[in-house]
Design a protein around this ligand. Structure first.
Ligand SMILES: C[S@@+](CC[C@H](N)C(=O)[O-])C[C@H]1O[C@@H](n2cnc3c(N)ncnc32)[C@H](O)[C@@H]1O
Length: 226
């Protein structure tokens, strides 16, 4: 098992999250306003596949045929977990994990997916390095803004060889202004790159990963090669 711990429904807010609720006053009375729910949190598996131009079901089947081991999938920022539930129902060789800092009632009776409710920084203690085959994140990781790229590289350490992470990206600037990207990774980018390049591919040998960024559809794909 690559994980420990379980998602907990209606877990008490952490101190950090409590700060995110804010107090406003109206006519001298004070009210507490909670952070707003996300407008999209129940996307289907098909909408993930279309967004990432990747048939997730087929990918899982191929992966299983190759490794003959259950395929471990993590949805980072899973919302209600609809996509994972569909995936688990149609593939018996898959183990699905949903990660999000907000819990949902829909998680309660869902025996197909294991949910982990925690903040981004805590993800790393739930999974061993090399334990995941596929990490998908639709409208999830991009909430990390400028920290997105470094964080995604750290998550890729959890991938098994041949494993893939796909995510939409916050913006071109959020990646290019990443301190690491400009310093450590920048010189790895193709020398002849054009500012207007639509796609970018480079390798980070120290991490054993191939990175592919599509600036048009705003998708990043990381493949663990060694
Ligand atoms: C817009 S919802 C996307 C839900 C789902 N991927 C979909 O497409 O239906 C964003 C998700 O990212 C999670 N999220 C955002 N910031 C997070 C953070 N810092 N740590 C953990 N989860 C986060 C939220 O809890 C939520 O589940």
């Amino acid at each position: 098992m690559p994980t420990f711990g379980k998602g907990r429904i209606n877990r008490k807010l952490t101190k950090k999250r409590k700060l995110e609720t804010h107090i406003y006053s109206k006519n001298g009375r004070k009210f507490l306003r909670e952070r707003r729910r996300y407008p999209v949190d129940n996307s289907s598996l098909n909408s993930y596949s279309v967004r990432f131009n990747l048939n997730i079901n087929n990918w899982i089947k191929k992966r299983f045929n190759k490794t003959k081991k259950p395929v471990f999938v993590l949805d980072w920022g899973c919302g209600k977990g609809n996509a994972l539930t569909e995936l688990a129902k149609t593939n018996k060789n898959v183990k699905c994990y949903g990660f999000a800092r907000d819990s949902h009632n829909e998680w309660r009776n869902n025996s197909h997916v294991k949910f982990i409710q925690n903040d981004a920084e805590s993800l790393f203690r739930y999974f061993k390095n090399g334990s995941l085959d596929l990490v998908i994140s639709r409208l999830g990781l991009l909430h990390l803004g400028n920290g997105f790229f470094d964080y995604a590289v750290r998550v890729s350490e959890k991938l098994n060889q041949g494993g893939v992470l796909v995510s939409d990206i916050p913006s071109r600037d959020a990646i290019l202004t990443t301190e690491n990207f400009c310093g450590k990774y920048n010189n790895l980018r193709k020398k002849k790159r054009r500012k207007t390049a639509l796609k970018e591919k480079f390798v980070i040998p120290s991490k054993g990963i191939d990175v592919e960024i599509n600036w048009v559809s705003n998708i990043m794909k990381i493949k663990k090669v060694s």
